[in-house]
Design a protein around this ligand. Structure first.
Ligand code: ADP
Length: 167
């Protein structure tokens, strides 16, 4: 059975992420979407909340599993019996980062390869941080976020704003 890992921050999951998940799930027997802890980012949603949001969004895709980890990706993949990491490649800056990460992961775990799926053109410039930026304005988010998570996302943005005002 070919198992692939799709790692990321998913803070929150966007329509671009979901597009990659659907396409990768068509290629592999099983896809594990893994929320990775990234010490350099301070997230809007907790790890558990992000896992739950992804589960809500992928519930119709039978061969997708959602997990979280604070381990090294190369080690996590080894434990899961996976030899493929899936990454989405957007226009611009993704290439440099992803290229070096793929090489480092392969060095740590020589059985592990990284497979890139190019972003669909309408999601080429979409990132979680762009959506968080847009949330400060009155913009329709339905093109950017899976519809199930829009209410939760808007509520969190409102709570953060409210918290900010209290300070
Ligand atoms: P970001 O916070 O930049 O949105 P993540 O760490 O959550 O990114 O991304 C996880 C993976 O998904 C990365 O491989 C990233 O390149 C990919 N990805 C993110 N957004 C998109 C998109 N709009 N289209 C395709 N791939 C994407």
């Amino acid at each position: 059975m070919k198992v692939a890992i799709y790692p990321g921050s998913f803070d929150p999951i966007t329509s671009g992420h979901l597009n990659i998940i659907r396409r990768a799930a068509n290629i592999f027997d099983k896809l594990i979407v893994c929320v990775m802890v990234n010490g350099t980012k301070s997230p809007l949603f907790s790890q558990e909340e992000r896992v739950q949001m992804i589960r809500d969004v992928v519930s119709d895709i039978p061969n997708v599993e959602v997990d979280s980890s604070c381990e090294l990706l190369a080690e996590y993949a080894r434990q899961k019996g996976s030899c493929v990491v899936v990454k989405g490649l957007r226009a611009g800056s993704d290439f440099e980062n992803e290229f070096s990460m793929a090489i480092i992961n392969h060095k740590i775990n020589p059985n592990l390869d990284t497979m890139f799926l190019t972003a669909e053109h309408q999601y080429m410039y979409l990132s979680s941080s762009t959506v968080k930026e847009l949330a400060n304005y009155d913009v329709d988010l339905s093109e950017f976020l899976p519809e199930q998570i829009i209410p939760v996302f808007k509520q969190r943005i409102a709570d953060v704003r409210q918290g900010g005002k209290k300070k």
